[in-house]
Design a protein around this ligand. Structure first.
Ligand code: SF4
Ligand code: FES
Length: 147
């Protein structure tokens, strides 16, 4: 998927390095920290900027980003390496007492039929309490949602 093909209105942070451009969308991040566990020397929540993609290779950074279940992190390879391949078939995983993790070639469509987002990973609210519907924003915890 090229940068032009992506439709992501809430990209707020962009980081560029050797061979890779990384996007981080804070509104989608629910701090499950897969990225931090995968590459703690790249993703450092206690420092600013919190992402230092210079600290590892584009391949390692891309692999870690693909572990982000919400799509808050995504990337575009600029060195000719393959872009992220969407899971096929699409996978929907209900998380215990939490959101639906979806992996695949996802198009989010609003009530008017407009595509609002194209993604390979999203976390969808199933507690009904999110302030960022249809995406999870961790409100299920405060709401005490039980699945
Ligand atoms: S893996 Fe994704 S959702 Fe989790 S902390 Fe990292 S960016 Fe946020
Ligand atoms: S499931 Fe997370 S906010 Fe609803």
């Amino acid at each position: 998927m090229s940068a032009e093909q992506r439709h992501k209105p809430d990209v707020l942070k962009q980081y560029e390095s050797h061979g890779i451009v990384v996007h981080w969308e804070p509104k989608l991040c629910i701090h499950v920290s897969n990225c931090v566990r995968a590459l703690p020397h790249v993703f450092k929540p206690d420092t600013r900027p919190w992402i230092n993609i210079e600290a590892d290779s584009a391949d390692e950074v891309a692999t870690a980003i693909e572990m982000c279940p919400t799509g808050a992190l995504s990337y575009v390879r600029t060195d000719g390496a393959p872009q992220e391949t969407p899971a096929s078939p699409t996978q929907v995983q209900p998380r215990p007492n939490g959101p639906l993790f979806v992996r695949g070639a996802v198009e989010m469509i609003d009530a008017e039929g407009n595509v609002t987002r194209k993604a390979t990973r999203v976390a969808l609210c199933r507690c009904g309490q999110s302030s960022n519907k249809p995406y999870c924003d961790l409100s299920h915890r405060a709401a005490g949602f039980r699945s």
